[in-house]
Design a binder for this molecule. Structure first.
Ligand SMILES: O=C[C@H](O)[C@H](O)COP(=O)(O)O
Length: 163
């Protein structure tokens, strides 16, 4: 239990390409202080990385995060690139992973409560930093209800993917 009474449970990946690294690093700091977050796993890129690593294209970031969630190494990921679109496309290639690009509060909420998305993506070239930080804070507070009416809709995807 934390002082605020919340139980930290979530293991959250943070990742970005070079176009999203500044937001990734700031949100990572916030998540490390969040009472709901038990662990923050930074998959890069980082400015201190070798030049080749720093310019790692967004598909690698999205696929790595998606595979880690698929393999049970993390519960969620928040990923940044220029628009948020590329990392979302990449993460969605991993069977069983659902990623959404969202830059507004309602979409962030519904990405979890309607779509049970494990991955939220945002674009550093699209949204202001303070809004991105707020949305990330809201996002960790949502939990999908498997008893909700939305669950049956998601089963269509699970059946299609076979997982
Ligand atoms: O979706 C892609 C991202 O926005 C990426 O950071 C930038 O990609 P680009 O350089 O191809 O525009």
């Amino acid at each position: 239990m934390t002082a605020a009474g919340a139980v930290p449970v979530l293991r959250v990946i943070v990742g970005a390409d070079e176009a999203g690294v500044d937001y990734k690093n700031r949100v990572m700091e916030d998540l490390r202080a969040d009472p709901l977050v038990a662990d923050v796993i930074d998959i890069g890129v980082n400015r201190s990385d070798e030049p080749d690593e720093f310019s790692k294209p967004y598909p690698h970031v999205g696929i790595t995060a998606g595979e880690m969630i698929r393999d049970g190494q993390a519960d969620r990921a928040i990923l940044f690139c220029g628009t948020g679109i590329g990392v979302a496309i990449a993460a969605n290639k991993v069977a069983g992973v659902r990623a959404a690009t969202a830059h507004d509060s309602f979409s962030v909420e519904r990405s979890v409560l309607s779509n049970n998305c494990q991955v939220l993506t945002m674009g550093q070239r699209v949204v202001g930093l303070e809004l991105a930080r707020r949305l990330a804070r809201e996002w960790v507070g949502y939990t999908f209800d498997p008893e909700s009416a939305s669950a049956g809709k998601l089963n269509v995807l699970s059946d299609y993917e076979g997982c």
